[in-house]
Ligand binder design. Structure first.
Ligand code: CA
Length: 222
């Protein structure tokens, strides 16, 4: 049975959600303020948190950031009266899995609760650990590239560059994009470091593996 934590300080809303969820077979608990939400969320065995943003003690977004900052992956649906697009973006950036605005219909909340619970049971871990393109595979766990049957070890930067290509197969990536993803913003855009490292990768993965697209950048061809 699924256990759902409802963080909501308005008793009428909390009772409304609780009643609806219980009638659909869920077990529920209510947290009425920020502190109890924090206390009850960590390693608590809940399967989902429905989080109001306006909670006494601390803003719901801060609660969410703290939870995620400490590695708590409990699925979170924000349920709030704040309906600005900026608020939604902030909610997702803080680590929410879904965002529903008040006033809401219980049916809509229920659909989202069910979808969230389905996702979290089926597809964890969500990150794919092996990327494939052509006859090459890149293993994010062992940090090795396989070319057919041959295994190739790459130093850290080359691996990150290869990973960037694997994540965008067949797409033209500009030098700036590659610089940004692999070396970070603070690199001189006039630097030829990208070209140098593409050269290293070509030596290891094959001279045709990465195509130069004149005036635009590079394309991974596998
Ligand atoms: Ca509230």
């Amino acid at each position: 049975m699924n256990r759902i934590l409802i963080a909501e300080d308005e008793p009428r809303i909390a009772a409304f959600i609780e009643k609806g969820l219980r009638s659909h077979g869920f077990t529920t608990s209510i947290a009425k303020d920020a502190q109890s939400t924090m206390d009850m969320s960590f390693n608590s065995g809940f399967d989902l948190l429905i989080l109001d943003l306006g909670l006494p003690g601390k803003d719901g977004l801060e609660i969410l950031e703290e939870l995620r900052g400490q590695g708590e992956r409990l699925p979170v649906i924000i349920l709030t009266a704040r309906d600005d697009i900026q608020d939604k973006v902030a909610g997702f950036e803080a680590g929410a899995d879904d965002y529903l605005t008040k006033p809401f219909r219980f049916e809509e909340l229920l659909v989202r609760v069910k979808a969230r619970l389905r996702n979290s049971t089926v597809s964890q871990p969500q990150e794919e650990m092996v990327l494939k393109f052509g006859n090459m595979t890149l293993d994010l766990r062992s940090r090795k590239v396989k070319l057919g049957r041959e295994t190739i070890e790459l130093p850290a930067r080359e691996f990150t560059l290869a990973e960037t290509f694997f994540r965008h197969p067949g797409q033209v990536l500009s030098r700036e994009q590659l610089l940004d993803r692999v070396w970070g913003y603070d690199y001189d855009p006039g630097s030829n470091i990208v070209d140098v490292y593409v050269g290293y990768l070509r030596k290891k993965l094959g001279s045709n593996s990465i195509e130069t697209v004149r005036g635009m950048g590079y394309r991974f061809r596998g």
